[in-house]
Design a protein. Structure first.
Length: 755
């Protein structure tokens, strides 16, 4: 099944790639590639040649073709070819829109004519950036020429060309012409349609109102024989003075199907000094059903005409949809855990586990400490663990079984993060020498991604621990904050988790987040273990020495352990503790353990706001001394909302500290409100009020302290290792069921029976 899914995924991504390439090529064709250019000059030359020296001829005028195939191409064009007309003029709206495919389709349609043709630049020709396509494919928006005994004048009624300039040009044209007859073509009518109220049509169908009177006055004074327009689905013939205003709108687009709206073309006959203008009606119209069918057919037709690439584009999109439907409909989905998996064959044999992390000891942080505790827990069970992590200038105390990868560059204001060189050959040689049976990744990017890549190459399972709420680290990422916080971070976690065979999360609330996010892989809830015994064996002498070193007397001690970063909400704690110091009668000292990029700014703020008497930034404290600081304290404070779990909260509880924290997914499963501490909204008055309650009520503080110690007793390192080992066994059993002959490159134990 895994191989089948892999083939489907490959087919899917190949199709997506093809779609992207073809869309890019389509954009290139629309904007840079022209298959036909400057059609009008050649057509005008043909008309002038055909009418040279003649004073009797015939031409046709059509309007509102709108890329019609069923009516115009199949019915009206044959009529035009039999009519004896010397040429055809479209009075506007030859295309359905100004898109490239529509222009190419009308070019192909007009190629069926046995005579020259010209297009008037109208409303539809100009739409959807069609103006530059019209200019490239056909020619200028307004122009004129003489043929036979007539002058033919084409106007731009869209406003693309300045009307005042056109008026000046038209005046010169009409004044200088020596032709016996003058015909004008304008996409928008220059006169309102007689007998129609404004309720039938809004005035947008007309030529620009501020210039219409000037144009009609000039045209009528010059004795123009006829002005031809389109833009409405009907036929109209009106006379003003000696000029006829003919509106023709029935060459294939929508018509009104009444006495004035019907399919037709207009035939113009010039016989020496006589002009005859008559509509040639198409006897058989088109039912609305067939008009709809034609619209669908034309869509396909235009796609084919633009090129086979469009056809491939449609086919590729359909294949993608088909694959998606196949996966949704025909792929069996079981949303319940597989209770038939037997992890027993994998529970008691030693495993070779490689862990990939972007930071590790001696860097002090929640993730490195969690990984180190898991390593120790698994090692005590007999497993062989290799840590793959960046190298640091300072080495950790225990460098055994650590594959250090050279760093490309440091990151962060204090260079506390190291970017490992994922191109280092030593990384891959070291891993292949280790021969892992399972890879455990701790970050959804960089070394974590390399871990997944290598697991796929080695055909072994990969487990991912979701440690960090990435959306709260947007200020460290060179992307717009809202983009990373609301989209990229969640998409990154979802995609990465679904590439793994299983996901470990520290709390139920974090598991709920991943399920809502769309993570489909098995999720195992397991908080990080703590060295519970270390917090019980602290010597009273060490506590007294520390108290003396810090200059403490009878104050109650508030403790917080946190990296000094923006995402840790330190300013909120300073605001609340500042308020508390001004109203609380019990003296206290707030010790903040940890370092980070905000240290200097926070220290300056403490000095400026006169908080130095009650707040102390201690900086980094060696991990082995943390139990002494926790045992020195009376209350533990925590305000970060970026945690998947507050590991330091469990450690503080192990030392008997009641906790006051801000509600978040990372602490909600640990802090039992009114039992072992308090959790409040992000409201400093309520938060500081809970601290004051514990400071002023010794009995409550003692009760919560005992409850906290009892709660933390269940989260030791040994149990942590055993629980993760059980999850490893389930993951391996699941992989064995999918591919019984390939588990870690070895045969399965004899007592394991595949499903």
């Amino acid at each position: 099944m895994r191989r089948a899914n892999r083939k489907i995924r490959i087919a899917f991504y190949l199709n997506v790639l093809l779609v992207v390439v073809l869309v890019g090529y389509k954009i290139y064709l629309d904007f840079f590639e022209q298959d036909f250019q400057a059609v009008h000059p050649a057509q005008v030359e043909r008309i002038e040649t055909a009418l040279s020296g003649r004073d009797s001829y015939r031409f046709a005028v059509v309007g509102n073709i709108k890329n019609s195939v069923g009516i115009f191409e199949r019915k009206i064009i044959p009529m035009l070819n039999r009519s004896g007309a010397e040429f055809v003029v479209s009075a506007g709206n030859a295309v359905n829109s100004g898109g490239e495919d529509k222009y190419r389709a009308i070019y192909r349609t007009l190629s069926h004519l046995d005579m020259p043709y010209l297009l008037t630049f109208g409303e539809k020709e100009e739409s959807r950036l069609g103006s530059f396509r019209f200019y490239d494919h056909f020619g200028p928006y307004f122009f004129s020429f003489s043929a036979g005994s007539s002058r033919f004048v084409f106007l731009d009624s869209t406003g693309k060309t300045d009307y005042r300039w056109q008026l000046h040009w038209l005046e010169d044209e009409l004044a200088s012409t020596v032709s016996e007859h003058v015909f004008v073509f304008s996409g928008h009518p220059l006169r309102p349609v007689a007998g129609k109220s404004l309720s039938d049509f809004d005035e947008d169908y007309l030529f620009a109102p501020q210039m219409r009177r000037k144009f009609t006055s000039l045209i009528e004074q010059a004795g123009v024989e006829a002005v031809f327009s389109a833009n409405l689905p009907l036929f109209s013939d009106q006379r003003y003075h000696e000029t006829r205003y003919v509106l023709t709108g029935g060459a294939g687009g929508f018509v009104l199907e009444n006495d004035s709206g019907f399919y037709h073309y207009v035939q113009v006959t010039v016989d020496q000094g006589e002009i005859e203008i008559t509509p040639e009606r198409l006897d058989i119209g088109q039912h609305s059903f067939w008009r709809t069918v034609e619209s669908l057919w034309f869509f396909t037709h235009s796609l084919f005409y633009v090129g086979y690439l469009n056809f491939l584009l449609v086919i590729s999109a359909l294949v993608v949809v088909a694959i998606w439907l196949y996966l949704k409909i025909f792929t069996k989905r079981d949303y319940y855990p597989n209770f038939d998996l037997d992890p027993e064959p994998f529970l008691h044999r030693p495993l070779r586990v490689a862990m990939f992390t972007n930071n590790y000891l001696p860097f002090i942080g929640g993730v490195p400490l969690s990984i180190d505790r898991l390593r120790r827990g698994l090692t005590r069970l007999g497993h062989h663990v290799l840590i793959v992590s960046p190298s640091y200038r300072k080495k950790s105390d225990d460098e055994g079984d650590i594959l250090r990868v050279g760093s490309l560059l440091p990151m962060g204001q204090q260079s506390e993060f190291r970017v490992a060189n994922i191109f280092s050959p030593g990384l891959y040689r070291g891993l292949y020498r280790f021969r892992p049976e399972l890879i455990h990744v701790h970050h959804p990017f960089w070394l974590g991604s390399i871990g997944v890549f290598l697991a796929r190459r080695l055909n072994i399972p990969v487990v991912y621990t979701y440690h960090t709420r990435l959306e709260h680290y947007a200020h460290y990422v060179p992307l717009p904050g809202p983009l990373f916080r609301n989209l990229v971070s969640h998409a990154l976690v979802r995609r990465f988790a679904n590439r793994c065979d299983g996901v470990v999360v520290p709390t139920e609330s974090t598991a709920d987040y991943l399920r809502v996010l769309g993570v489909r892989q098995p999720i195992y809830v397991q908080p990080t273990g703590i060295d519970h015994d270390r917090f019980q064996t602290v010597e009273e002498k060490d506590i007294r020495d520390l108290k003396r070193r810090l200059g403490l007397k009878d104050e109650k001690v508030l403790v917080s352990i946190s990296r000094l970063g923006e995402e840790k909400n330190i300013d909120f704690m300073l605001d609340a503790v500042g308020d508390l110091s001004r109203r609380c009668t019990v003296p206290f000292r707030f010790l903040i353990i940890g370092d980070g990029p905000e240290h200097e700014r926070l220290q300056m703020r403490i000095s400026e706001e006169n908080l130095a008497d009650c707040v102390t930034l201690l900086g980094t404290v060696p991990p082995e001394e943390i139990p002494v600081y926790c045992r020195l304290g009376d209350i533990f404070l925590f305000a970060s909302r970026s945690e998947t779990q507050g590991m330091v909260i469990l450690e503080a509880m192990a030392a008997g500290l009641p906790v006051v924290a801000v509600r978040s997914s990372g602490i909600d499963d640990f802090v039992q409100d009114g039992v072992n501490g308090f959790k409040t909204p992000l409201n400093r008055t309520r938060w500081s009020g809970c601290i004051e309650k514990l400071l002023t009520d010794p009995l409550t503080r003692q009760t919560y302290s005992a409850n906290a110690r009892a709660f933390a007793r269940h989260y030791g390192v040994e149990q942590f290792g055993r629980n993760i080992n059980e999850f490893y066994a389930l993951v391996l059993a699941g992989r064995a069921e999918e591919a019984p002959s390939q588990v870690s490159g070895q045969a399965l134990p004899e007592n394991h029976v595949g499903k």
